[in-house]
Ligand binder design. Structure first.
Ligand SMILES: [Zn+2]
Length: 383
């Protein structure tokens, strides 16, 4: 057992990272100071970067033993020489980046390396990326940057070209299923269905396996195609879909906000009667602003996931239509999928998939969600 065991279905990446750790320990070949971890959502970018950080700090054998103090502290995010950056809003500012670069330049306090793990590095604004670039171009000898982003194209060329790439693939459904069964103790059939439905997103597979209301919401989304019988129901389906995504995001947001606000109030010296000391209003306002922009992002992410679920329905129809031998994602709806595959020509299915992807692009460009989803539903009905 090492920290790399958490990487599901990522054999080549594990080999790449282990070789780099061995080289770093032997002092051969020189350490690469900037790494870029890319892969689709849920493939485990952050997990891979964290495992790598643990293995770099670990002084036991094998590297990244998972048991020593260094490994433990890295995995729990409490290691003194590891800073984890998680942009909470839609973007990461140049001011924040400059302060980060300053901190990253200091020598490690006890560990082998000073490591900065930057999640969602694609959220760095252009000015922030420039500030980051300077740090990556001339790295202090003991500093290592681990950047995470969905794909290399999400970062500016100047940064990308200075990083060593670590490319995660979508983990196969049976690897995700085995993880759910072995580690989370999920019953085999449920694990299998959740893994297939999540399409390689490990976090989503876990939620679907653990949370029956998440499974329920997913079933409602998959029942959309059958409900598009006329314009009225199509418009209603759009409204329901947007509301469901909002409800999901709201539940997540409230949970995060509550804990965060309580911790902040305490840190700023809240009195027993709940009164805040003078001069803390600014800090509370700043937190509120950060929470607001995070809420916007979570809402957008939830809606996007919903659209991907809907797309999986039509992709299954296409799979059956062409008689491809790959398994369908929504096996529990097989009879319905088969009936669509019989009555819809392939071009019509492709037009529907295009409509969903166009809707995702519109949402990414900040079009009003309800309008974008309504337009999509009407296309799904007639397209
Ligand atoms: Zn260790």
């Amino acid at each position: 057992m090492t920290v790399f065991d958490d990487l599901v279905g990522q054999g080549p990446v594990v080999a790449q990272l282990q070789a780099a750790v061995t080289a770093a320990r032997q002092g051969t070949g020189g350490m690469t100071h900037a790494w870029l971890f890319t892969g689709p959502p849920g493939s485990g970018r952050e997990t891979a970067a964290t495992a790598f950080a643990a293995a770099l700090q670990c002084v036991e054998e094998p590297a990244g033993c998972g048991y020593c103090a260094n490994c433990h502290q890295v995995l729990q995010g409490t290691h003194a020489d590891l800073e984890v950056v998680r942009p909470q809003g839609l973007s990461y500012s140049v001011k924040e980046t400059r302060a980060l670069v300053m901190r990253a330049a200091s020598s490690p306090s006890g560990g082998r390396w000073r490591i900065v793990l930057f999640e969602d590095a694609d959220r760095a604004t252009e000015a922030a990326a420039n500030a980051l670039l300077k740090a990556i171009e001339e790295p202090p000898p003991r500093t290592v940057w681990l950047l995470c982003a969905p794909s290399p194209d999400d970062l500016v060329m100047t940064i990308r070209s200075r990083c060593r790439l670590v490319t995660l693939r979508t983990p196969p459904a049976d690897a995700v299923r085995d993880l759910l069964v072995q580690r989370d103790g999920v019953e085999h059939e449920l694990a299998s269905a959740a893994a297939r439905a999540a399409q390689g997103d490990i976090g989503r597979a876990r939620r679907l396996a653990a949370d029956s209301s998440a499974r329920q919401r997913r079933q409602e989304i998959l029942s959309v195609p059958a409900r598009l019988t006329a314009v009225g129901p199509a418009v209603m389906a759009a409204e329901a879909l947007v509301k469901a995504a909002e409800a999901e995001a709201k539940a997540l947001t409230e949970e995060l906000n509550e804990a965060e606000t309580a911790a902040m109030r305490q840190a700023l010296g809240e009195s027993a009667k709940g009164r805040m000391p003078r001069g803390t209003a600014g800090a509370m306002k700043e937190l509120e602003d950060r929470q607001k922009s995070r809420a916007t992002r979570l809402k957008r992410d939830a809606l996007d996931r919903t659209l991907l679920d809907l797309a999986s329905f039509y992709r299954d129809v296409l799979t059956l239509r062409f008689g491809a031998s790959v398994p369908v994602v929504n096996e529990d709806r097989l009879p319905e999928l088969q009936s669509y595959a019989r009555k819809l020509p392939a071009e019509a299915v492709i037009r529907r998939l295009d409509a969903i992807m166009a809707c995702r692009r519109r949402l990414a460009a900040n079009v009003n969600p309800l309008l974008a989803v309504e337009a999509m539903m009407l296309e799904l009905r007639t397209g």
